[in-house]
Design a protein around this ligand. Structure first.
Ligand code: NAD
Length: 493
């Protein structure tokens, strides 16, 4: 049966992008992929025309009619005026799941981990990639890490459903919740809750630092890894590189309504225009795209030709090894060699077995949650003050607290410096001053019992600090949610 032509927007990208895209599209065409392709321009050329987002308004209109994008890597210019197009696309199109399979092709592609076959499922929209950054004082800048419960639920459920559908036995969650108890703690908590619904899948949790170290040394012990955005980005480059080259792995960005397929690597400016880049990452992404679009026969035809090419030692320079490889080829020639093998089956590798299946998963509707009982119990007021000792600032603030609030502590870079700081703590011009209700019982620091205050109390506090010339840079309210503390303690509090 001939599949209907499916609309795909194609962005060749920057650096090596046009070369690997050309090789990939020639393979797709030769294999008979039924695609209605429309080229779009993203990235450097658009930035250079003054569009700081890297996406022109007319491109957004095209993308609206093309729910699937095949994208080459894009260069993000350095400097504060430009936002990453990759991040803009993932967030604007709601592509919340980034699926990154990283598999070894030993013995034809040399690797120390011949049994590696893992999939990283990376949350794709939240975390530090919210890109909310501020300079607050002469010395301090801030990046907000935003983690949402619905965001955690979607990605964790996606990982479990993915594992179940693809016959994978274990899902490992990686976070840093020993330090970030609220943000990474929520991700881990949601993982625990959802894991209970999948008793057929083994689960475990690792702190990201030891998890990454283990993955780098024993990648074959991992199956599916689900993690937050930044950790997933770093882990997947490591995992791809372990297979022999970062140029090998493709990736799928999946949303509720759209999808974008790309290589996991970047635009490799060092190789651009030299016909040296390995097009396999983008080709593997295109193969996933074909299966997603219902063209599994074509996906398997291409994947088998690609496996045969690898087996026969036709390698780009990044995976070329004397003794294992037979011939070193350029980007274009590698594409030609894959085309020449269309219809072949690999002799040693297992033939590809893609099935026609959308990568969008029906996760059902998010559970309706009762809003928690939220009580304001204090405020962290952040001040920009140079040339002040913690004691001098503390005494000044004690005297300025209004009727219902009292100063509980001051931290500098998160470390408690008042009352009772440690001499030698490095100090900057950025102070977090925690005020809590005067009626709070804080005699037991491990179990403080807070009492509600009103918003007017916080305004009165801010008014008094401002009137005495203190430089307030921001305020964070301290809330209890159903009686549970919704803020972290200061280091040493
Ligand atoms: P990179 O992935 O482009 O390159 C890292 C190293 O891997 C380089 O030595 C490069 O030569 C090699 N490499 C990458 N792809 C290869 C391939 N197909 N074949 C052979 N070798 C390959 O990372 P970078 O240098 O840190 O980033 C360059 C630019 O790419 C930056 O502007 C970055 O923002 C951007 N980037 C884009 C994406 C994306 O579009 N999704 C992802 C990562 C980085």
């Amino acid at each position: 049966m001939v599949a209907l032509q499916t609309r795909v927007a194609v962005a060749p990208g920057d650096g090596i992008g046009p070369e690997i895209m050309d090789a990939t599209l020639r393979v797709l065409e030769a294999a008979g992929a039924q695609l209605d392709l429309k080229e779009i321009e993203l990235g450097q050329a658009v930035y250079q025309r003054g569009e700081t987002s890297g996406v022109a308004p007319e491109t957004w209109e095209t993308i609206a009619g093309y729910p699937v994008i095949l994208k080459g890597p894009l260069t993000t210019p350095q400097g504060g005026s430009f936002k990453s197009v990759n991040v803009t696309l993932r967030k604007s199109l709601g592509l919340y799941a980034n699926v990154r399979p990283c598999k070894a092709y030993s013995p034809y592609v040399r690797t120390q981990h011949p049994d590696q076959d893992l999939v990283i499922i990376r949350e794709n929209e939240e975390d530090l990639y919210a890109g909310i950054e501020h300079r607050q004082t002469d010395e301090v800048v801030q990046c907000l890490k935003l983690i949402t419960r619905p965001g955690c639920e979607r990605i964790v459920r996606y990982a479990f459903d993915f594992a179940r559908i693809h016959g994978r036995r274990r899902v490992t969650c990686m976070t840093k919740d020993n330090i970030m108890k609220q943000t990474d703690g929520l991700f881990h908590q949601v993982f625990r809750e959802i894991a209970a619904e999948y008793p057929d899948i083994e689960t475990d949790h690792m702190i990201i630092d030891i998890g990454a170290a283990r993955m780098a040394v024993h990648p074959s012990q991992f199956d599916v890894i689900v993690t937050l955005n930044l950790y997933g980005d770093i882990l997947s480059d490591i995992a791809a590189e372990l297979t022999g080259s970062v140029g090998m792995a493709g990736s799928a960005n999946i949303g509720l309504h759209g999808a974008m397929f790309e290589a996991i690597h970047g635009s490799a400016p060092d190789l651009a225009g030299k016909n040296l880049a390995n097009p396999s990452g983008l080709l593997n992404a295109a193969v996933m795209m074909l299966a997603h679009l219902g063209q599994a026969d074509t996906a398997n035809r291409i994947a088998n030709a690609w496996l045969s090419t690898l087996e026969q030692g036709i390698h780009t320079q990044d995976i070329f090894q004397r003794g294992t490889s037979f011939r070193k080829v350029g980007t274009r020639e590698f594409g030609d060699e894959v085309i020449a093998r269309l219809g072949e089956q690999p002799r040693v590798f297992q033939p590809a077995s893609y099935t026609a299946r959308p990568m969008q998963l029906d996760l059902g509707s998010a559970p309706q949650r009762r809003a928690a009982r939220k009580e304001l119990v204090g405020a962290d007021v952040f001040l920009h003050e140079a040339h002040l000792s913690p004691e001098a600032l503390g005494e000044r603030l004690e005297s300025l607290a209004p009727a219902h609030l009292r100063l509980k502590m001051i931290t500098n870079r998160g470390v408690k410096v008042y009352p009772g700081g440690v001499p030698g703590t490095f100090l900057t011009d950025h102070w977090r001053c925690r005020f809590v209700s005067t009626e709070a019982d804080i005699s037991d620091p491990r179990n403080p019992r807070y009492r509600p205050v009103s918003y007017d109390d916080v305004l009165a506090l801010l008014g008094r600090l401002h009137a005495r010339g203190l430089d307030i840079i921001k305020t964070e309210h301290l809330y209890l949610f159903d009686g549970e503390r919704g803020f972290s303690l200061g280091q040493g509090e």
